[in-house]
Ligand binder design. Structure first.
Ligand SMILES: [Zn+2]
Length: 222
């Protein structure tokens, strides 16, 4: 398991990838995120190819990933890595800031294809395994299976999205041990209505990104 998110803990997506608007491309080429913890971590095992300044991007870092794509980290207040440095997902590379064309402290995270040209990008939300939507997320919920890059398969059940924060329980009762998953976490319904307990109907579910299985109250999905 690995994590492809440059932030730790709870963070918020404030502008999704490909939103239409007043950018040179006519759409947003990255994703904007904010977090109480300012530290920016590497998102792959890669090499820092450039540390620069740009009137739009402010202080930025580019990292070349093993697949040839370039990860851009922009609007930083400071950079704590060097050009040529090899990094991993646990390397602290910079600090979130408000430099360049930015209206508040945030990270603009962008992934360019191997051309490394503006607007030749892939979805950073897909790379991170999070929904491409404004909302609050917890990085702990979005661990990526680094070998297959996806834990889904056709034998699992109906894909649902949590409408609100919900506990995954070890047994279908509110007294069982629990792990909290935040709204917008995606999961599969393995078996609907497996039990009635404590006034609730319970489903057996599997969390999409980490494959953990357990029980949830069945009315909390979108
Ligand atoms: Zn942005």
């Amino acid at each position: 398991m690995a994590i492809n998110i440059p932030l730790t803990g709870t963070f918020r997506v404030t502008c999704e990838y490909k939103r239409k608007g007043n950018w040179s491309a006519g759409w947003h080429t990255g994703i904007d995120m904010v977090c109480d913890n300012d530290t920016i971590y590497g998102t792959c095992d890669g090499t820092v190819t450039k540390i620069g300044w740009d009137k739009s991007y402010g202080n930025y870092i580019t990292v070349k990933a093993p697949d040839g794509k370039y990860h851009w980290f922009c609007h930083l207040s400071s950079v704590i890595c060097k050009e040529g440095q090899k990094i991993s997902r646990t390397t602290k590379i910079g600090v979130m800031g408000n430099t360049g064309n930015s209206t508040g402290k945030h990270l603009h995270f962008e992934i360019r294809n191997s051309s490394n040209k503006y607007a030749d990008t892939i979805s950073p939300a897909d790379y991170m395994g999070i929904p491409n939507a404004v909302g609050s997320y917890d990085s702990d919920n979005y661990q990526i299976n680094s070998t297959s890059n996806s834990s889904s398969n056709s034998s699992t059940g109906e894909l649902k999205t949590l409408a609100r924060n919900t506990n995954l329980r070890s047994a279908p009762t509110t007294s069982a041990s629990k792990v909290l998953y935040l709204a917008n976490t995606t999961l599969y319904i393995l078996q609907a209505g497996v039990a009635q307990a404590d006034g609730y109907t319970w489903d057996r579910v599997k969390i999409r990104v980490n494959g953990k299985e357990g029980y949830m109250i069945n009315k909390n999905y979108k």
